[in-house]
Design a protein around this ligand. Structure first.
Ligand code: SAH
Ligand code: SF4
Ligand code: F3S
Length: 478
């Protein structure tokens, strides 16, 4: 098997599940992908920001570029095409991209013919304005226009500015085989749907990604089978609201079952579940198949029914709690993680206390926590004043984080002495002498290699001996 050390530039996550290994040993097919994708006559450099969907989109963009004859470089100063696949979820996500664009001016100074493009959600939100504010941007491509990249790049190469930000009701890129640029060769994402119809009042996603549409289940199953054939051991089915997946007569529970049946050795995860849409059928399917991980990302956003109403989330505090109870009834050993926003419009101290009590009650295994950032064009921006003082938003966020850290530590410490099945993903970030992987609950587990002949992609039983709030440490069971 090929082994190689490849460094992939990856940026700080803006949304769930994006802890990325910046420097890791890659093996097998992912490395093959990268070798095929390696430097060619024309090279592209891509940075990705935002959620898992955006990372998955980068793999589609990479596929389109490969067909155009591009190779890939890790050094922006040697690239003919520099692309930023961007996120617009919060103001600071966009700030990061503006700063990056400023820094990229030196690319144009060194190689004036380099084409600089902005893709993804920020491209969709700001459209041609991006070019007005930052003169070096030649290319603006929205999330549904990646098939048009060959034409757009060609146009940009002639010195014209080129833009395509049309949203589609059908595009799912079902027939495009992603180049797994972000992969460790063991775990991979599969996009099962695009867009979102929920219109939560704070959220920009329905505007940047358009209407919800689901991808043909056959193409999803085929993609998963290909991954298995290449040695992958885990797939995460991605969508902004996977529980509303439907394609002709296939719903999400049925899709999940189809993917679980591909191989008992293939772990299946999915994200994100909207509390209002996850139904018993999905929970029963999870309970039925050992290889569907007992882990649900179930964003609550707030613990106050009044705030949930203003957020247009479609559930109340009680409804959410009943859903959590139902999950634990059907899947007794299920870990649940969440997203929380503090300081949303009109949030009072009392509402905030309800969020804290929800966090205390739900005992989330992990949480992504943010303070509210108003997004232009959303219902909240049009209708509700952003009236919680920034300092208070931050103070409340700090309180939620502190509480969640305590709970996470308690959950981790309770694992000490227990044994769990871990899928090895690669070397631990800190030491080449340790393996790192995840258990069924999506907890990170680190353990010494001890000269054994284990390798990434192997399942192994690990006895937990130490814990922190974010990782477990253990030893391989003989
Ligand atoms: N589709 C997913 C969430 C996608 S965005 C869902 O419905 O749960 C990821 C997270 O970013 C959201 O869950 C929310 O917690 C956060 N977020 C979205 N818009 C935000 C905003 N305007 N300010 C702060 N956080 C926001
Ligand atoms: Fe945004 Fe709500 Fe859709 Fe999630 S469900 S992407 S928070 S609008
Ligand atoms: Fe960001 Fe777009 Fe994802 S706004 S969180 S990259 S869907």
């Amino acid at each position: 098997m090929n082994k190689g050390k490849i460094t992939q530039k990856v940026f700080v996550p803006e949304a769930p599940g994006l802890e990325k290994t910046i420097d890791e040993t890659r093996q097998g097919s992912a490395f093959e992908d990268l070798r095929q994708a390696g430097p060619k006559a024309r090279n592209a450099y891509i940075e990705t920001y935002g959620c898992q969907m955006n990372f998955s989109d980068t793999e589609i963009i990479a596929s389109v570029l490969t067909d155009m004859g591009y190779g890939f470089t890790q050094d922006e100063l040697t690239a003919d095409l520099v692309l930023l696949n961007t996120c617009a979820i919060r103001e600071n996500a966009e700030e990061k991209v503006w700063n990056r664009l400023k820094a990229l001016k030196r690319v144009k100074k060194t190689r004036p013919n380099t084409v600089v493009g902005v893709m993804g959600c920020m491209a969709e939100r700001l459209k041609a304005q991006l070019m007005d504010r930052e003169q070096l941007v030649d290319l603006v491509v929205g999330p549904d226009a990646y098939r048009d990249i060959p034409r757009l790049v060609e146009e940009a190469e002639t010195g014209q500015k080129s833009v395509n930000v049309l949203l589609s009701r059908e595009e799912t890129y079902a027939d495009i085989s992603p180049i797994r640029l972000n992969s460790n060769g063991v775990t991979s994402f599969i996009s099962i749907m695009r867009g979102c119809d929920n219109m939560c009042s704070f959220c920009v996603v329905p505007f940047t990604r358009g209407r919800e549409r689901s991808r043909d289940p056959e193409s999803i199953v085929n993609e998963a089978k290909e991954l298995v054939a290449q040695g992958y051991k885990e797939v995460t089915l991605l969508g902004q609201n996977v529980d509303s997946y439907h394609y002709e007569d296939t719903n999400f529970a049925q899709l999940l079952e189809k993917v679980a049946l591909i191989s008992p050795d293939l772990r299946v995860r999915f994200s994100t579940s909207h509390p209002k849409d996850i139904v018993d059928d999905v929970l029963h399917t999870m309970a039925k198949y050992e290889n569907i991980c007992n882990y649900i990302h179930l964003p609550v956003q707030s613990g106050s029914s009044r705030i949930l109403e203003v957020m247009r989330r479609g559930y109340s505090r009680e409804w959410y709690m009943n859903k959590v109870n139902r999950i634990r009834e059907i899947i007794p050993d299920c870990s649940i993680s969440t997203d929380i926003i503090t300081g949303f419009c009109s949030e009072t101290e009392e509402d905030h206390q309800e969020t804290l009590s929800m966090v205390e009650w739900a005992r989330y295994s992990m949480a992504f926590m943010f303070f509210y950032s108003e997004r232009p064009g959303t219902l909240a921006a049009r209708k509700y004043p952003d009236d919680v003082d920034l300092e208070i938003k931050k103070q409340r966020l700090a309180e939620v984080i502190e509480l969640q850290n305590r709970i996470q530590r308690e959950i981790s410490f309770a694992c000490i002495g227990k044994t769990c099945k871990v899928l090895i993903e690669g070397n631990s970030k800190r030491s080449q002498d340790d393996w790192c992987g995840r258990n069924d609950h999506n907890q990170m587990v680190i353990f010494p290699k001890n000269g054994s002949d284990l390798k990434p992609g192997d399942y192994v039983m690990v006895k937990i001996t130490e814990a922190t709030s974010i990782t477990l440490k253990g030893e391989v069971m003989a």
